[in-house]
Design a protein around this ligand. Structure first.
Ligand code: SAM
Length: 200
């Protein structure tokens, strides 16, 4: 499988937009969820570990799942994360992990996955009963967020009511959307939601 983030991984962490998103999303996760040092957390599409950075000190362990080895290679070089974070380069929708988590977090990865229902079903199977997801991505946009021709983009953001329906269909309840961040680009602004839901 091609590593679509190989080039981007080189300066991912020095991208101001990326830093601001992860800072807001990480802050929202900490404000709206109660974390504890017994929790095993999955970060789906963890990339270089910017969201892990916010969560790691407060939980037992994070499993950082991504299909980009180059992004994960950046993560494992971070001294603050090595003790708490295990990286797995694998498409868990095709090859699931043999583990259930207390929480799955994800930032800006959902729009890279074609079949959202299948992904939410995969999440549900990787969670203990009563465990939560906290998923951040773009609200529905006009397709101008990514440069034309960017590979691996399957959704121009998400309509909240559509995602809510998919979460309900795949075994989640207590669904709450939070306005996590606004990305200000030169011509336009794009809003980012964080949705929290509980596995029934
Ligand atoms: C926009 S980046 C976000 C990275 C990180 N969450 C952050 O906020 O900095 C999207 C990430 O999703 C990953 N990704 C794309 N498809 C994936 C899949 N099927 N399984 C796991 N990760 C995937 C990409 O490799 C990339 O690292």
């Amino acid at each position: 499988m091609a590593d679509l983030f190989e080039e981007k991984s080189k300066d991912w962490d020095s991208n101001d937009i990326v830093q601001k998103i992860s800072s807001s999303v990480g802050g929202s996760i900490l404000s709206h969820l109660t974390l504890n040092t017994q929790m095993n957390v999955m970060d789906f599409g963890a990339g270089t570990g910017l969201i892990c950075h916010h969560i790691a000190p407060l939980v037992k362990k994070i499993t950082a799942v991504d299909i980009s080895q180059s992004m994960l290679d950046k993560l494992v070089k971070k001294a603050t994360l090595v003790a708490k974070v295990e990286t797995i380069c694998q498409d868990i929708t095709k090859k699931p992990l043999n583990q259930q988590f207390d929480l799955i977090v994800s930032a800006m990865a959902l729009h890279h996955i074609n079949d959202t229902d299948q992904l939410l079903d995969t999440f549900q199977r990787h969670l203990k009963s009563g465990a939560k997801v906290a998923l951040a991505d773009l609200d529905s946009e006009d397709g101008s967020f990514h440069p034309k021709g960017t590979e691996g983009i399957y959704h121009h953001g998400f309509k909240r009511e559509g995602l809510q329906g998919s979460l309900e269909k795949n075994g989640f309840s207590q669904i709450k959307f939070i306005n996590a961040h606004t990305i200000a680009k030169a011509q336009k602004s794009y809003s980012v939601f964080l949705v929290i839901a509980t596995k029934i």
